[in-house]
Design a binder for this molecule. Structure first.
Ligand code: ZN
Length: 194
């Protein structure tokens, strides 16, 4: 989901470069330039922000099913490991009676299934609207999103009925890195909430 805003001299929230005349694209509360929106700014994100995004594609199983994993790393730690996926009917039944982490954001709580061993710290991170928006934006079909301290990982299968596009996944991972970077653990305390 995105909204295009055509405005001269706008700076991209992700790569910090001035957007071209096509303007910016609003995704999960950020204004992205055309390159970041299209998942084509991996080099700029590395030089400007220190975000390292890598892609890996492999085949597995008897039918040579193709998978792609996009991972991204921030220069710092968030103090949390967790995974997120879209909550299906099966999971809804499975967790009846179990107390799940609630963020108070009904759209997020209804759609996202969270697995974590760092419940308290994660609850603090998920108070941040931008991070919740970034997770919701990235979760697509059967995708799952994994946060492992300084790393975000998303894997998808090309044989899924409706697989996500590479550009959506790279963009989504970059947006996640932006928010996690702003929530990093600084000297053992919670990072600045921007
Ligand atoms: Zn950009």
């Amino acid at each position: 989901m995105y909204r295009q805003v055509v405005e001269q001299q706008k700076t991209c929230s992700l790569c910090w470069r001035t957007a071209t005349r096509r303007g910016t694209f609003r995704v999960a509360g950020l204004d992205l330039c055309e390159e970041c929106f299209g998942g084509r700014s991996i080099d700029a994100l590395r030089s400007q922000r220190g975000f390292v995004i890598a892609e890996q594609t492999w085949e597995q199983g008897a039918h040579s099913t193709r998978w792609t994993e996009v991972s991204g790393e921030i220069p710092g730690r968030v103090g949390v490991s967790a995974s997120f996926k879209v909550e299906g009917c099966f999971e809804k039944i499975g967790k009846l009676g179990a107390r799940e982490l609630q963020t108070g954001d009904s759209e997020f709580d209804d759609r996202v299934l969270i697995t974590t061993a760092d419940r308290e710290r994660l609850a603090v991170l998920l108070r941040h609207d931008g991070l919740r928006m970034a997770i919701l934006d990235l979760l697509y079909g059967d995708l799952s999103v994994e946060i492992d301290e300084q790393v975000v990982r998303v894997a998808y299968c090309h044989n899924w009925q409706d697989p996500p596009s590479r550009s959506e996944v790279v963009r989504g991972v970059a947006v996640m890195l932006h928010y996690l970077h702003s929530l990093m653990v600084v000297s053992g305390k919670d990072g600045p909430f921007r």
